[in-house]
Ligand binder design. Structure first.
Ligand SMILES: NC(=O)c1ccc[n+]([C@@H]2O[C@H](COP(=O)([O-])OP(=O)(O)OC[C@H]3O[C@@H](n4cnc5c(N)ncnc54)[C@H](O)[C@@H]3O)[C@@H](O)[C@H]2O)c1
Length: 357
């Protein structure tokens, strides 16, 4: 099998390449990256060492894709993955759309030309913000949790947000580029007979992630704590009760292996949530406690002003993936945190690469 991973030198692309290489003895792996993410260049050597052929290419440029080899599958892991992209004053909305939507369309045209299957890494950010932002929550052991007795919007429960929940705007510009990419991917699949799988991932976390405050929060928080960098609880009264779940890319790779093997199986849902779920969720305040036990005490500043698109609680319910594929995460939250902390022990100035002052 021949597979191309876009964004192969990013956190997820690199991790997936390593896992696929381990699991598929006959695989020929190709990757492309434009190295826009600070730190991505560091993964090139390791990928070459395990036999991945790397192309310096930009998915925004259709011409860059003309010389790529024929493959059986494309896994699309190239994107600007920040929910604040396009509104953070650092990237424009046009740039976000060029990377995340026009880029997907170029890749889909490439898949059409060579008749390759397509796997999109989408996000929990495709889900409509208002009903999640307005959830009735209570604080239990320093973390928000939804009040069980409230009337939930369809698709939301105390187990998380499922695929049945609305993707109605507003979802953030980032979320909009992803939902538009999902629609186009499925349409290309249906029209041109290509196998297409869409995986809506919750927060992904693990060693080697290029964390920033707006993306890769678990890695950012742990590395910041280790490097004694100032940290701030932003929004929600500045108390750090906001909750996210986390998934290790190894668990994502296990699902991709099932999807690659199934090829095109209309009995399986084309869109699934993949996330750590309730068991692998925690608040920032709980994460601070964990960091304090691991690295020693540090104070965290508070800023009560909410940011755009902030939500108090985002946990994805992956029960559709479990029922349809028998998939569930194997890596525990604590094992992921430990892995990141060990990486922080070994890489003292890691954040200077991904999140310089
Ligand atoms: N990390 C998460 O928590 C998370 C959660 C849900 C979905 N995702 C999705 O997973 C994918 C990978 O995310 P990640 O965390 O590895 O991000 P990352 O920033 O670490 O990796 C993205 C890689 O893509 C490259 N890239 C960006 N724009 C490109 C372009 N136009 N052409 C070629 N290469 C380009 C970057 O240089 C980088 O190496 C993204 O599509 C993201 O939306 C990530």
């Amino acid at each position: 099998m021949r597979i191309l991973i876009t964004g192969v030198c990013g956190f997820v692309g690199h991790a997936l390449a390593c896992e696929l290489k381990k699991a598929l003895s006959q695989v020929e792996l190709f990757g492309l990256d434009n190295f826009i993410r600070p730190g991505s260049e560091m993964n090139r050597t390791n990928l070459k060492a395990i036999g991945v052929k790397i192309y310096h290419a930009d998915i925004r440029s259709a011409a860059d894709l003309e010389t790529l080899p024929n493959v059986d599958w494309v896994i699309d892991a190239a994107a600007n993955p920040s929910v604040l992209a396009g509104v953070d004053g650092k990237t424009s909305s046009r740039q976000l759309i060029d990377h995340n939507l026009s880029g997907t369309l170029n890749i889909l045209e490439y898949c059409k030309r060579i008749q390759a299957g397509f796997i999109l890494l989408s996000t929990s950010r495709v889900y409509s913000i208002p009903s999640i932002a307005n959830l009735e929550v209570e604080v239990v052991q320093d973390a928000y949790q939804p009040v069980a007795s409230q009337i939930f919007a369809t698709g939301i429960s105390t187990a998380g947000v499922s695929e049945a929940y609305s993707t109605q705007s507003p979802v953030s510009l980032y979320g909009a580029t992803k939902i538009a990419s999902e629609v186009m991917a499925l349409e290309y699949g249906a029209t041109f007979g290509l196998p297409v799988w869409v995986n809506r991932c919750g927060v992904l976390a693990g060693a080697g992630q290029f964390g920033r405050p707006d993306q890769g929060i678990f890695a950012y928080w742990i590395h910041s704590w280790k490097q004694q960098r100032p940290l701030t609880y932003i929004g929600f009264d500045g108390l750090g009760h906001q909750v996210r779940d986390c998934l290790h890319p190894q668990d994502l790779a296990r699902m991709l292996l099932l999807q690659l093997k199934a090829y095109h199986d209309s009995s399986k849902p084309p869109i699934v949530n993949l996330a750590g779920g309730i068991e692998a969720s925690m608040s920032l305040r709980q994460l601070s406690k964990w960091c304090s036990d691991r690295f020693g005490k540090q104070s965290v500043a508070t800023e009560s002003q909410d940011r755009p698109f902030d939500i108090p609680w985002m946990v994805l319910d992956s029960s559709v993936a479990k029922q349809a594929w028998g998939w569930q995460p194997e890596r525990s939250l604590l094992s992921v945190l430990d892995e990141i902390a060990e990486h922080a022990d070994q890489n003292n100035a890691w954040l200077d690469i991904s999140a310089p002052y």
